[in-house]
Design a protein around this ligand. Structure first.
Ligand SMILES: NC(=O)c1ccc[n+]([C@@H]2O[C@H](COP(=O)([O-])OP(=O)(O)OC[C@H]3O[C@@H](n4cnc5c(N)ncnc54)[C@H](OP(=O)(O)O)[C@@H]3O)[C@@H](O)[C@H]2O)c1
Length: 427
């Protein structure tokens, strides 16, 4: 093969070494697809003296200049993780004309504009398929496969850890804390799981997808974010009884007046394929005007799945180094403020078992324009009544105002839980 593309890896940890191995093990196939031999020429690590089985020691370096300052390196593969120094190094590489491939959701979610600008300045491409939903080719689909479409909605299960926890809670009927502790023991959840369980990880990912789908810079700080820490085994059991599963759903939806971004535990129909996304898997559901509904499913984490997407980006850049411009991220489409979601809700309330109490609840909800679709009451062991309500669509401000007034009634009423219900294009 006459052409050789030289890669400089920034980082050779979990993902870096899996990608290195994949490029080595499938060298012939990848060279054929890329039209060039792909060679890892250098790899930046913190400690080059540490044994790294299967890695040619001659490529290891502790100096970033050996990569960014080397004109023979064509593509920089950023796998350091974290916001800095990853973002600055990628921007520098792009400005100097080197193409960049990354799996870094944090850098993309927080600094997409700056990185795209550097890409334009240097005339060098930035590819980031592996930054969202690891093995699912969702970035490519949004950027290339849906060019003729106007996207109305992107939503997904984008965090494997929380999906694993919710699935275990549903399968075994056990509580959140117990499953989280077990997931940490098994290595499925980080020792500090806050970014996952509080929904921030999903917020990073939906802001990247929303920026591409709607051509508007979306920041994770603009995502209304609620994690799974308050999801109770009781909610999961009631949801199932009424034909729903509870998932942590990340949502970007174009509505009249602008774009809504949210990450919330959500009841979705149990017969929708997204309800069956199990364990660490991810799924993305899309509504677009020409093609209609689309759903993607696959491994959302893990070295092999991530390396698969990184290798695809590397092949793509080797084949067409200057083909695809970075997306334009305007600010034309207004972003709807937090608290402006419109939808159906599931409410779980505790009430004294006395005449007229259901009437009081219905009156308050009705006064705020929240109409009840179904209401079920059952007796608790302590003699109080548990009231389960599914509402029709209403504005979030109306839902919240009604719940606030219910709390102020002083009639012994207590809202235990309130979650969105999303039909995902169905009933
Ligand atoms: N894990 C997944 O399933 C997954 C999925 C999708 C995307 N990602 C993303 O992939 C990226 C890499 O994750 P990872 O799990 O491979 O991380 P990792 O195992 O911690 O590896 C990081 C690598 O970067 C090197 N490094 C870090 N900071 C450095 C610095 N300041 N100077 C020099 N070298 C430095 C480390 O060197 P040493 O080897 O010497 O320590 C190591 O080789 C992250 O952005 C992550 O979000 C991960």
């Amino acid at each position: 093969m006459s052409r050789t593309i030289r890669l400089g890896f920034l980082g050779l940890g979990n993902i870096g070494s899996a990608t290195y191995n994949l490029l080595r093990d499938k060298a012939d196939r990848i060279a054929e697809r890329a039209g060039a031999e792909i060679r890892v020429a250098k790899a930046l690590v913190r400690d080059a003296s540490r044994p790294r089985p299967g890695v040619d020691r001659g490529i290891l370096t502790e100096s970033v200049e050996d990569i960014l300052g080397d004109p023979a390196i064509d593509i920089v593969v950023e796998l350091l993780g974290g916001e800095e120094p990853a973002t600055s190094l990628m921007a520098r590489a792009l400005r100097s004309g080197k193409a960049v491939v990354t799996a870094n959701k944090l850098a993309l979610a927080l600094h997409a504009r700056e990185l795209f600008e550097a890409s334009r300045e240097g005339g060098a491409r930035l590819a980031f398929e592996a930054s969202v939903a690891a093995g699912i080719p969702i970035i490519r689909s949004l950027r290339e496969g849906l060019s003729a479409n106007s996207v109305a909605k992107v939503e997904g299960i984008l965090n494997g850890t929380t999906n694993y926890i919710l699935c275990q809670m549903a399968e075994r009927g056990v509580g959140y804390a117990e499953v989280l502790a077990e997931a940490q023991r098994l290595g499925y959840a980080e020792p500090d799981p806050s970014s996952d369980v509080e929904g921030r990880d999903s917020a990073y990912k939906i802001s990247i997808l929303a920026s591409l789908a709607f051509g508007r810079a979306c920041s994770p700080s603009e995502v209304s974010c609620r994690g799974i820490t308050e999801v109770d085994a009781l909610d999961i059991a009631y949801a199932r009884r009424f034909g729903y599963a509870i998932k942590l759903v990340a949502l970007a939806e174009r509505r009249e007046g602008g774009l809504y971004l949210g990450v919330q535990p959500t009841l979705i129909p149990a017969d929708h394929p997204m309800a069956h996304v199990g364990g660490p898997f991810n799924s993305v559901f899309l509504q677009a005007d020409v093609v209609g509904d689309l759903m993607f499913y696959g491994p959302g984490a893990g070295p092999k799945a991530t390396a698969s997407s990184l290798a695809a980006d590397i092949v793509d850049l080797a084949r067409e180094p200057g083909a695809l411009d970075p997306p334009e991220l305007g600010s034309g489409l207004p972003l709807l403020p937090a608290g402006s979601r419109v939808g159906r809700r599931y409410l779980r309330l505790l009430a004294p078992d006395e005449p007229g109490i259901l009437g009081k609840i219905a009156t308050v909800l009705g006064a705020w324009g929240v109409s009840i679709q179904t209401l079920t009451q059952e007796l608790c062991p302590d003699g109080r009544a548990r009231v389960l309500i599914f509402t029709h669509e209403a504005a979030e401000s109306s839902h919240e105002a009604a719940l606030g007034e219910i709390a102020r009634l002083g009639a012994g009423l207590e809202t235990e839980s309130a979650m969105w219900v999303d039909s995902l294009g169905g009933r």
